[in-house]
Design a binder for this molecule. Structure first.
Ligand SMILES: Nc1ncnc2c1ncn2[C@@H]1O[C@H](COP(=O)(O)OP(=O)(O)OP(=O)(O)O)[C@@H](O)[C@H]1O
Ligand SMILES: [Mg+2]
Length: 245
């Protein structure tokens, strides 16, 4: 059986005048169904570039990306939107909830795009909010909730369509450490329930919550393996990027 996510020699190249930036530089990797993987690296290492490609928000300049065996690089805008809606659930650092809608309506949005009828939408959104402990807040607007609660609502929105992959981009970036732990526990729970979870972070202490780490540097994979192996965590060096504070 082929992997759920498969990158073969994926490059993303930007041309800035004479300068060439290889935001992704021949990345080859695969992620199997049911894995919990963290993609980690310093600022500018290519994490968002990878996330955008995995999430079908962007396509590689060269190389191939197969999602569930389908060649995403060959898709047009409409096909990308369709596969995105069907296959992916997104969790963002800033939650990205719609401020005028209630939590229930927010969580219904992906189901609306998927053409799920209204009563079923309601029922499923309610169950998803109950699952993240917000069953008593379905009628609230996002600004009536704490940051942690908003992020839990966005987790409900990510999982309500039963996507093949849950993609979380710095999901705890705006949260304090206690609330971060709650959100990470929730990702762990989703993983244990059989979901495939891809977590993007610059923070090693968050990355080790996953089973496996893919570490990027300058658009290249410099480590891919067990999150708990000693080599998974880079030690700061004297020349170290960002090691000076
Ligand atoms: N649209 C663009 N045009 C030109 N260069 C870009 C563009 N997007 C990203 N880059 C460059 O590609 C490289 C990788 O960027 P990317 O956003 O993937 O990094 P990142 O790991 O997500 O960083 P951060 O942790 O700061 O979010 C960087 O050098 C960045 O400047
Ligand atoms: Mg980024």
């Amino acid at each position: 059986m082929s992997a759920l996510i498969k990158f073969r020699d994926v490059c993303k190249t930007y041309y800035m005048g004479d300068a060439v930036v290889r935001a992704a530089d021949h990345i080859t990797m695969k992620i199997e169904k049911g894995e919990f993987v963290a993609i980690v690296g310093q600022s500018g290492s290519g994490k968002s570039t990878c996330m955008n490609i995995i999430g079908c928000l962007d396509v590689p300049t060269s190389g191939t990306y197969l999602l569930n065996g389908q060649d995403v690089g060959a898709m047009d805008k409409d096909e990308l939107a369709a596969i995105r809606n069907k296959m992916l659930g997104f969790i963002f650092q800033q939650y990205n909830l719609l401020p005028k809608l209630t939590l229930l309506e927010n969580v219904e949005v992906p189901l609306m795009y998927a053409g799920v009828p209204k009563s079923e939408r309601h029922e499923r959104a309610k169950l998803a909010l109950e699952l993240v402990g917000l069953g008593d807040k379905v009628r609230n607007k996002p600004n009536q909730l704490s940051g942690g609660q908003q992020q839990r609502a966005s987790i409900a929105r990510a999982l309500v369509g039963e996507p093949a992959v849950i993609l979380a981009d710095e999901p705890t970036g705006a949260l304090d450490s206690h609330t971060s732990r709650e959100v990470l526990n929730m990702l762990q729970m989703l993983h244990e329930a059989g979901n495939t979870v891809v977590l993007i972070t610059h923070d090693n202490s968050i990355a080790v919550q996953a089973q496996r780490i893919i570490r990027l540097e300058d658009g290249r994979v410099v480590y891919d393996g067990d999150a708990h192996a000693p080599e998974a965590v880079v030690r700061p060096t004297l020349a170290g990027n960002g090691g000076g504070q």
